[in-house]
Write a protein that binds this ligand. Structure first.
Ligand code: PEP
Ligand code: MG
Length: 556
């Protein structure tokens, strides 16, 4: 019997309880009974499809109406996808070719799955949503309840192959103590919604359903470890201990630094004025990553310099004042963040294409106008403003960018997201004043694994020792040049990994505001010497699981 399994931890927290398995399949007997559906002709079959799809879309909309934020947006998008005209046209084509309804729907969905998966990035993430819609439409057609999460009546650990947004969105955190999925990565919808709901979560746990069905489990959202049928009393003790530890973390109030007083700047990642405002309520020195492209996802045309300046002013303003600063990242359009007025359409491989700083090669005006707007906002607010470019791959790119930023009286830096920039960090630092490591992309490009690919979560893990080696090289270059090197990818939000990063010589950690206190409290608990030992241990490991274990074993 399997006694433990392992996945990628995405939301910290410990939970123990009985397992509830969510099914994603409609009963095969009901499907067999339905057969060819007995429709008189293709038009009648299409009408049955339309009715089923309308019910499914209504269900999504009803769930959206009682939720908010990212969850509601995801559900509304699912309603749109269910009633997609292209999907309907594909079903109609199959029906007209003489296929019965169920195979017609299946073939149409698979056709779309192939297209979405081939597009990669965010579109590939929608494959789970499409399969979920397929299951729901089939259920409606054969007269079964829509598949998905059974409503727990007592607190349970939810285990599933994968969860669609519609499943995750309706979850009640008082009844779902933890989520475990066999598929999905750190940026999947499951992870995003679990984070929003504060439910401990482990994704990419292969074999979870077979190992856990009908059993109890102790799920550790910090390490990714799942124990099957653990000793009940011991498990309950560990959960209680974890709760009190987390309560202590939440009350930590800064400033950032190790137990022996070595300062570590804690900064926030923001997307707009609202998230910048929220960041002021946390113990942060400033903003370490303002993702400017997120302000323009819905824009068809480039905003004017004045319009951009107004947007940037609203983000910089709350951080005016001595000792505080804001790091603005220039437009990182392309790949998983398509922006109508900037992204090159129809690229074969957008993650390796013209994204980030590369957009300025053919269109330098785009970058110049953005830098002008940032300079205006810095001038208006008096906020200390650092500016960095995404996707820098060569020393020459850093040199050109550095000159353009300095010309406007601002402090230039570059992101280290491409392994070439990490390997040449010492030369890049001769051209700019700081580096910020984007571990999300650095991991994607080091491991040659799409950060959105749900089946590659074990590779897109910043604990991969190869990624940590590149972080070490970059930090060492910063130490020699006496220039700051920060981390602004998701890695900085992992309290244990944060200690490792500090030990590698990282001087600032930038993360979602919600993660700041738990990271700050964890770092404040260890001396710099212990951080260094943790870093050595993680670098010496052969895989992420042993790296995590080795680092954890050194905690006081
Ligand atoms: C990163 O790649 O780690 C990063 C911070 O940039 P983004 O997640 O916006 O690509
Ligand atoms: Mg990036």
């Amino acid at each position: 019997m399997v006694t433990s399994i392992h996945g990628t931890p995405v939301v910290p927290g410990l939970a123990f309880g009985p397992v509830l398995v969510a099914t994603s399949e409609v009963s095969p007997e009901a499907v067999a009974r339905y057969g060819d559906g007995g429709h008189v002709d293709a038009a009648a079959a299409l009408a049955a499809y339309d009715d089923a799809v309308a019910l499914v879309a209504d269900g999504f909309r009803a769930k959206a109406a009682v939720t908010t934020g990212a969850t509601a947006e995801v559900l509304t998008a699912s309603a749109g996808l269910a009633t997609d005209r292209g999907l309907r046209a594909a079903v109609r084509k199959n029906l007209n070719a003489g296929q019965p309804l169920l195979p017609s729907v299946e073939a149409a969905v698979e056709q779309f799955v192939t297209v979405f998966a081939g597009m990669g990035g965010l579109m590939a993430e929608r494959v789970t949503d499409l399969r979920d819609i397929h299951g729901r439409v089939v259920a409606r057609l054969v007269g079964e309840p829509e598949p998905g999460v059974p409503a727990p009546t007592s607190p349970s650990i939810l285990v599933a192959a994968d969860l669609a947004p519609a499943d995750t969105a309706g979850l009640d955190p008082s009844l779902v103590m933890a989520i475990v999925t066999e598929r999905g990565g750190p940026t999947s919808h499951t992870a995003i919604i679990a984070r929003q709901l504060g439910i401990p979560c482990v994704v990419g746990a292969a074999g979870a359903i077979a190992a856990l069905d009908g059993r109890t489990a102790l799920v550790d959202g910090q390490t990714g470890a799942i124990e099957v049928d653990p000793d009940e009393a011991k498990a309950a003790d560990r959960v209680a201990e974890d709760r009190s530890e987390r309560a202590a973390l939440a009350s930590w109030s800064g400033p950032g630094g190790t137990a022996d007083g070595r300062p570590v700047k804690l900064l926030a990642n923001v997307a707009d004025a609202a998230s910048a405002g929220a960041a002021t309520k946390e113990p942060v020195t400033g903003i370490g990553l303002f993702r400017t492209e997120l302000c323009f996802l819905d824009r068809e045309t480039e905003p004017s310099v004045e319009e951009q300046a107004a947007i940037y002013t609203a983000v910089l303003e709350p951080f005016a004042g001595e000792g505080r600063y804001v790091v603005v990242r220039t437009l990182d359009a392309g790949s998983d963040k398509p922006i109508a007025f900037a992204t090159h359409p129809d690229e074969e491989n957008p993650a390796l294409g013209v994204r980030g700083l590369r957009l300025s090669f053919a269109d330098p005006g785009l970058l110049d106008r953005q830098l002008d707007a940032i300079a205006i906002a810095a001038e208006r607010t008096g906020t200390e403003c650092w500016v960095m470019a995404p996707m820098v791959a060569t020393v020459a790119e850093a040199r050109d960018f550095g000159a353009a930023v300095r010309k406007r009286g601002l402090k230039p830096g570059v992101m280290v997201e491409v392994p070439s920039a990490a390997l040449l960090a010492h030369q890049v630092l001769e051209e700019v004043d700081f580096l910020s490591i984007g571990t999300n992309d650095l991991t994607q490009y080091t491991m040659a694994a799409d950060r959105m690919a749900t089946d590659l979560a074990h590779l897109t893990d910043p604990w991969q020792p190869a990624v940590l080696q590149l972080v070490a090289i970059t930090a060492e270059a910063g130490r020699r040049a006496r220039k700051p090197v920060g981390v602004c990818g998701e890695a900085a939000a992992d309290p244990l990994l944060a200690c490792v990063l500090v030990g590698l010589g990282i001087t600032s950690l930038s993360m979602a505001s919600a993660a700041v206190r738990s990271v700050g409290a964890r770092v404040a608990d260890v001396t710099f010497a212990v951080c260094e030992e943790m870093a050595h241990a993680a670098l010496a490991a052969v895989d992420p699981a042993t790296a995590r274990e080795a680092a954890r074993a050194l905690l006081p």
